[in-house]
Design a protein around this ligand. Structure first.
Ligand code: UFG
Length: 329
């Protein structure tokens, strides 16, 4: 039996494929390679290049592979882009989910682990954020993923397709051996941008806002290492395979770091000066996002190995040093 990973050539998807292969799973990957990289896919996984929205293609994949469970990462995830082009997000992310579930129903595949996001909560009413807190997204990206959670809920009610929604907070780092890592174009995330400055590819970091109600005025986020995140997907697959009900879990560390603290940690991890300037707030940024993630620990038995943000950054820096041009040859 095979685990089918949609978006398995992307940043989090490729790390999950790698961990699934290491854990002995037979793995097939679907990726349209729009943001993913062929070289990120573990050589033991079978890559099918195509689009989740292409029903004929998806039917062929489900015919060729003996799919036991699906892990779904195939989505766009850049918040500012979603504000400018919401339909791109509702088409690829939300409509893509409808096609996927139709094909899963057709082929009687009953389990799906879904890459959801803290962005489904919007501006939090309380910190840390619990899974039961209101989900009121403040951008189309979060809205597209919340809709996907709801579509899965009703597909469970009607067709018995069980799901686990994993709501990620801020994902960072790379496989510690530096063989796979994060490579986005354009890059918008804090840690990779800081490392581009450290590597001399950018002149300076712009810190978006220093007047938030936080310890030093800059935004506070909760960082998780990508390998720990990948492992949570394997636990979620096991949870569903054991016949448990659909569920949602936050994946975070329950600890918040301000953007300035991340900059300082990156300076220590890289030994570089990393020039930075203050810049205006970025529209749509919540002040503080910290996850309550005891539910994933208690129910899934999730035990993150990386609890030190400097070590998380060090793994990303190792990837950068080994692959200064990312996956480009
Ligand atoms: N930031 C800067 N300068 C930069 C880039 C980012 O100051 O050049 C700041 C942002 O303003 C924010 C923080 O760094 O305060 C983190 O920003 P990221 O873009 O790295 O991450 P976000 O917190 O905006 O979003 C990430 C994911 C989303 C997810 C969210 C949930 O990209 O998909 O975490 O916490 F929804």
């Amino acid at each position: 039996m095979t685990v089918l990973v949609l978006g398995g050539a992307g940043y989090i998807g490729s790390h999950t494929v790698d961990r699934l292969v290491a854990a002995g799973y037979d793995v097939a990957v679907v990726d349209n390679l729009v943001t993913g990289h062929k070289d990120a896919v573990n050589a033991k996984a079978r890559l099918h290049v195509g689009d989740v929205r292409d029903k004929a293609f998806m039917r062929q994949v489900f015919t060729d592979e003996n799919v036991e469970g699906v892990v779904h990462f195939a989505a766009f995830s850049v918040v500012p882009e979603s504000m400018k082009d919401p339909l791109k997000y509702f088409d690829n992310n939300t409509a893509g989910m409808v096609t996927l579930l139709e094909v899963m129903h057709e082929f009687d595949v009953k389990n799906i682990v879904f890459s959801s996001t803290a962005a489904t909560y919007g501006e939090p009413k309380q910190i840390p954020i619990k899974e039961t807190d209101p989900q009121i997204p403040t951008n189309p990206y979060g809205e597209s993923k919340l809709a996907m959670e709801k579509i899965m809920h009703w597909s469970d009610v009607a067709y018995g397709i069980k799901f686990v929604a994993l709501r990620y907070f801020n994902v960072a780092g790379a496989k510690p051996d530096g063989s796979i890592g994060e490579d986005h174009n354009p890059e918008t995330h804090l840690i990779p941008i800081i490392l581009q400055v450290a590597a001399g590819k950018r002149d300076q970091l712009q810190i978006f806002g220093d007047d938030y109600p936080t310890k030093d005025g800059t935004n506070v986020r909760d960082y998780v290492h990508v390998v720990d995140l990948a492992d949570a997907h394997i636990l979620a697959l096991k949870y569903l395979a054991a016949g448990n009900d659909s569920n949602a879990f936050n994946l975070g560390s329950a600890t918040g770091f301000s953007n300035l603290e991340i900059l300082e940690a990156a300076r220590r991890a890289t030994g570089k000066a990393i020039p930075a300037v203050m810049a205006p707030r970025r529209p749509g940024d919540p002040s503080t996002l910290i996850a309550a993630s005891d539910k994933a620990r208690d129910v899934l038995g999730w035990q993150p190995q990386f609890d030190d943000v400097e070590k998380i950054i060090a793994t990303a820096w190792n990837w950068n040093e080994k692959h200064p041009n990312g996956y480009a040859k």
